[in-house]
Design a binder for this molecule. Structure first.
Ligand code: RET
Length: 247
């Protein structure tokens, strides 16, 4: 009937995308207003957080308008039959968003821990490799996609090692406020980021869940990974002297 025949294209996802779009737009404004009130060198954290939400606002605007996707052939399993000749809408616009926002989110944490510049740049580079692997894998029809998935997961493991081990120790050495902020935000980020590849495996990877469910899975993750993470980080910085971080 052209409306809801199969799981491969979204029918009601758009409403949810509009809702997240509104949340991201509102958060952008809120963080910008907070940035204006703060005449300190560490308002860079406000600008980073506001930019992340602004980019997500445009991404969700795009997806709510049902743009920024391309059909990719998938095999679709239903009750022990494999149906071919079906395609799934793959939102490549997510990866353009992540390519810009994930390095910003990591910078927020790594600057909080006052990591050395070369280390920050190197971790951001590994992060870009992870996102590009996810994009190429998502656009790939064959089983090779799981190769890209594996490379991306290896990159994520390395990033988490840097955060949980190297950066956490760095943050703890900067005093209790920095240590506690890093612990809260670093744990939240590590937990959430591990859920992204799971969502990818169920959506772009294996086509196990419908694009409508994908909208909710990634949408809830983005809500916690962007505005909530950002708010907790800015809150944690309220008592931290920017000079301690070399800012
Ligand atoms: C992919 C697939 C390849 C393997 C891995 C992935 C991880 C993605 C992550 C994305 C995080 C996005 C965020 C966006 C919101 O702001 C690319 C899905 C490991 C961790 C935080």
């Amino acid at each position: 009937n052209g409306k809801s025949v199969d799981i491969h294209q979204t029918v009601r996802g758009s409403d949810f995308y509009w809702a997240i779009c509104a949340v991201m737009g509102f958060s952008t404004l809120a963080f910008l207003i907070l940035a204006m009130k703060k005449a300190r060198p560490d308002r860079i954290f406000h600008y980073i957080t506001a930019s992340v939400c602004m980019i997500a606002f445009i991404t969700y605007f795009t997806m709510a308008a049902n743009l920024g996707w391309t059909p990719i052939d998938v095999e679709f399993r239903r009750s022990r039959h494999t149906v071919s000749g079906i395609n799934r809408e793959i939102f490549y616009v997510r990866y353009i968003d992540w390519f810009i926002t994930t390095p910003l989110l990591l910078s927020n944490l790594l600057l909080t821990a006052a990591m050395p510049w070369p280390t920050i740049l190197w971790v951001l580079l590994v992060d870009e490799v992870m996102i590009v692997c996810g994009l190429v894998g998502a656009l790939t029809r064959t089983r090779y996609k799981w190769g890209y998935f594996a490379f991306g997961c290896a990159a994520l493991m390395y990033i988490l090692y840097q955060l949980v081990w190297e950066a956490r120790r760095h943050a703890n050495a900067l005093g209790r406020d920095v240590g506690r902020t890093f612990l809260i935000c670093g744990s939240l980020l590590s937990f959430l980021w591990l859920l992204y590849p799971i969502s990818w495996g169920l959506c772009e990877g294996g086509n196990y869940i419908a694009p409508d469910s994908e909208a909710v899975f990634y949408g809830v993750l983005d809500f916690f990974a962007k505005p909530i993470f950002g708010a907790l980080l800015l809150w944690g910085h309220r008592n931290v002297d920017p000079a301690r971080l070399g800012l």
